[in-house]
Design a protein around this ligand. Sequence first.
Ligand code: C2E
Ligand code: CA
Ligand code: CA
Length: 694
Amino acid sequence: MHAGTEHSEDYRRLFEENPQPLLVCDAAAHVVMEANEATLRMFGATREGLVGQSVTSFVDADDRAAFEEKMGTSTLEDQDWGPWRFNTPDRSFDAVCQRRSVEFAGRQALIVHIQDVTLRVSHERALGQSEQRYAAAVKGANDGIWDWDLVSDTVYYSARFGELLGYEEGNLGDSPKDWFSKVHPDDIEHLRLEIDLHLRQVTPRLKVEYRMQHRSGGYVWMLTRGVAHFEDGHAVRMAGSQTDISDRKAGEERALQGTFYDRLTGLANRLLFLDRLGFLIRRAEKNSDYGFAILFIDLDRFKLLNESYGHALGDALLADVGKRLSRVIGTGDTLARLGGDEFGVILDGVTDPGACLYQAQMLLDAFSEPFIVGGDAAHLTASIGIALNDGRYGRSDDLLRDADTAMYRAKKKGRARYEVFDEQMHHEAVAFMRVEADLKRALYASEFELFYQPIIDLSDGSIAGSEALVRWNHPERGLVMPGEFIPIAEESGLIVPLGEWIMFEACRQCRHWLDQGLEPGTVSVNLSAHQLKSGRVQELVEGALSQAGLDGKRVQIELTESAVMEDPEGAIQVFRDIERLGVRFGVDDFGTGYSSLAYLKSFRFGALKIDRSFIQDITTDAENAALVAAVIGLSHSFRAKCVGEGVETAEQLSYLRLLRCDLAQGYLFSRPVPAAGFEETLRSGVQGWHQLLF
Ligand code: C2E
Ligand code: CA
Ligand code: CA
């Protein structure tokens, strides 16, 4: 301020009206000598309130010493220093200062330029706070934090990032290698791809799940999220979080395990097996050089083991079987538990039947050593059906069905073996299905008829009763014998409704004869093993008897010896139940089923029927003759009647009489005849047979 010139007034105005806050203070005590309008506005003070005061007195007490020092430092000429916090009676503000030494009114003075930076400072302060908050969050977060400087290629890893992998703070380094070298080899490619996609701005953010090796050696599942920061289209930095998702993954895997894997054996389940089968069928359709085979494995007589040892041990046994089978299965092949005691194998890429047979034999050999069940050694075998897919299968169901058919054939041939599905089986299977459908239709169309074969009392030649034998009056084929359709009815389960009809019809017919004043004796009705298993025998017999208004004594149930021995306990129960109804029970085809005497005792049978095969050569084969004699003796010791079946000659008859056989049945007396024919015999009496006997 060069006062005293003609321009002094102009200069004064330049000072007064300068938009920048300016003040003049003495160089020693910093007492304000002059302050312009802008300064007064900034300080919210009047000229009187400011002039004469030390500038320092307005500075925040904490900063005063530093402020004084800066004011006294001449080298700071024309430089910003601060910011300082200024407090005046009316307001507070942050400001940076600039100072310049001048001479004013004859004294050493300073011009001070004060610039209000309150806004910037508060902004920075807020920023500082959020940074602190961020730091605190990083420290306390469950997630690891990473910040990758892509320019210097260094990574900041938060302490938690390391902790998730078992490392202590600072033990991880700052290189991307510290991260990527720990990623599971199977996942690294995927991770790199995801990062690359984001850095090329293909994906808006990085989100990827992969496994990392924990310091302890195992792997943990990580979820990494991140966002890159781009400058001029180039990624310069990427930061994000790292979450341990091992628990969630384990849950997902368990859920997946439940859907596609068998809980008991840990093997693939039916669903996964069918899924894989469908996939390979499509592959075989597309590529004529490609083929594969499936093996259907069914354990032999597992049900029996399961019932005698209990289900818990049965389950353990199945798990053992699964383990043994998996040992002989190649790595590229699939082994699954299809349900119950059924297992399935897919031999991937196999077109040579020889290779299938070899594999099947290996699987059978896996059963050669006994299994240990509840401390016992249990011998288990399996039957295997093989089907080769040469591209002609379009559906997995068909392929599985054919393997099942072949397996069934293996069972029929004596179990513990394998069979390959072939054209012959195909035709038989088709024929089977046709008969099955036809049988169903026949049931509704009432095409069945009962024939009756008389059973003769050998003591007086009278008719003791008859055996009801079913026939099928087929509209095209004529009279079909039971040997042709009973096995199919049994396998398909149709024997249950058919057997119901037979029982009701036999009782109805017996009632009818009685109503005619005839004496039909006892009617014998055959029951199949499947009916025994249905658990409805008592209900059935009771229903048929009551509907016909028939006494239980009029009916005898015949069950073959082998059917009885298949499930002796079940048979005993059924016999007890029907015994209460007064119904007797006869063991059919005796001598062919290897009965155990211990069981026989508890059967309380009313009749033993000696199988036709023994009667046939009773006069020529001494061994059979002795056996027949023994059976007759046996039935008498059980107070049961003995019936000789299939008596065709007078010699057979006289020999049976010699051995004191009670009853006989055979072509010698009569073939099975329709109800009307038997009724005729009942009316006309039995003179002819009497002649035979006496
Ligand atoms: P099965 O119960 O042993 O019946 C006796 C079979 O021997 C009958 O054959 C009968 O016709 C035949 N037969 C009787 N006397 C002689 C003879 O002197 N010489 C010869 N060679 N055969 C004789 P069918 O009627 O063909 O029945 C065959 C089998 O079919 C029966 O054997 C039985 O197991 C089954 N079956 C027949 N009817 C029924 C039924 O209603 N229900 C069930 N579940 N099975 C039945
Ligand atoms: Ca019979
Ligand atoms: Ca028989």
